[in-house]
Design a protein around this ligand. Structure first.
Ligand SMILES: Nc1nc(=O)c2c([nH]1)NC[C@@H]1CN(c3ccc(C(=O)N[C@@H](CCC(=O)O)C(=O)O)cc3)CN21
Ligand SMILES: CC(C)C(=O)C(=O)O
Ligand SMILES: [Mg+2]
Length: 276
């Protein structure tokens, strides 16, 4: 079990701009949180959980209940990392009141350090209201997966002058609304680097720029567990697909040949180990 409950706060993340890059990964489960907690600054319970663990086609399959259940699992498995939980689509866009109610429920039921929501100028009121309620907010601009249907796919942002200007306006709006940091996803590299220089809160890049103040990846992508095609910006540091497939192949062969269970996996009457 995790011991010391001295977590990195959202404010500590905010103050770390300009220092060592911020290390962030998504986490959705207790064992993965246990394994990552020693190595990262920030664990993001992303709404990507709907796709990665639940098999939904898009992140629009995430619900507040799903995010809370995974947020609780990640909090149980971590002690040190700052834990941020995504607000899923349909739980914050309508009004500041709806956004505060959803954020408050996530924090009350999980104990996480902060929430994240997608949007810039269009969500500034929601961000400001959640911050005013005492809950730190991480912004998310650029490619916004919750807008995949409106956008007609996962399209890289900032390829035209107008979209570059819109990205800068979004970054400034998120900063001015009081967010402690902002994810920049799927943008032209120079635009993310430029925004990083222009705002005082840390930028966390994903498919954005090495000049961002930190980086994030989906954990299953990073360890090579994603079975569907991974985005171009992913680097696989392991190939767990292969490890799991080989383990299942060996297990199946041993069950069919009656090699498993072996003598050490069964209980004999003599030792009494099978008595209850
Ligand atoms: N496993 C996983 N990892 C992720 O990083 C991730 C998800 N799932 N699901 C939600 C979003 C979607 N993501 C993506 C997916 C593809 C591109 C991408 O490479 N887009 C190309 C092709 C666009 C198209 O097909 O039209 C581009 O050039 O824009 C970017 C981000 C990132 N997020
Ligand atoms: C990849 C990050 C930024 C995310 O929003 C998610 O995993 O849902
Ligand atoms: Mg997300």
């Amino acid at each position: 079990m995790p011991t010391a409950d001295i977590r990195i706060s959202a404010d500590a993340i905010r103050r770390s701009k300009g220092g060592t890059p911020i290390v962030c990964l998504t986490a959705y489960t207790y064992p993965i949180a246990r394994l990552l907690d020693d190595h990262v600054d920030l664990l993001l319970v992303g709404d990507s959980v709907a796709m990665v663990l639940h098999g939904h086609k898009t992140t629009l399959g995430a619900s507040l209940e799903m995010m809370i259940a995974h947020g609780q699992a990640v909090m149980r498995g971590s002690a040190r990392a700052c834990v941020v939980v995504d607000l899923p689509a349909g739980t914050y866009e309508d009004s500041a009141e709806q956004a505060v109610a959803s954020a408050q429920r996530v924090v009350d039921e999980t104990g996480c350090q902060a929430v994240k929501l997608e949007g810039g100028v269009d969500m500034a009121r929601q961000i400001a209201a959640i911050v005013a309620a005492g809950i730190p907010v991480m912004g998310h601009i650029g490619l916004q997966p919750q807008s995949v249907e409106k956008d007609g796919g996962y399209k890289i942002k900032g390829r035209t002058e107008e979209t570059v200007a819109a990205l800068v306006r979004d970054a400034l709006a998120v900063e001015n609304a009081g967010a402690f940091s902002v994810v920049i996803e799927g943008t032209v590299e120079t635009v993310a680097a430029d925004i990083t220089r222009r705002i005082a809160i840390p930028t966390i890049g994903i498919g954005a720029s090495g000049d961002c103040d930190g980086q994030v990846l989906v954990i299953d992508d990073m360890v090579g567990l994603t079975v569907d095609r991974v985005p171009k910006f992913v680097k696989e540091y392991a190939t767990l697909r292969r490890v799991i497939s080989h383990a299942a192949e060996s297990y199946a062969a041993e069950v069919r040949s009656r090699t498993f269970p072996g003598p050490s996996h069964v209980f004999s009457a003599a030792t009494g180990k099978d008595k209850t």
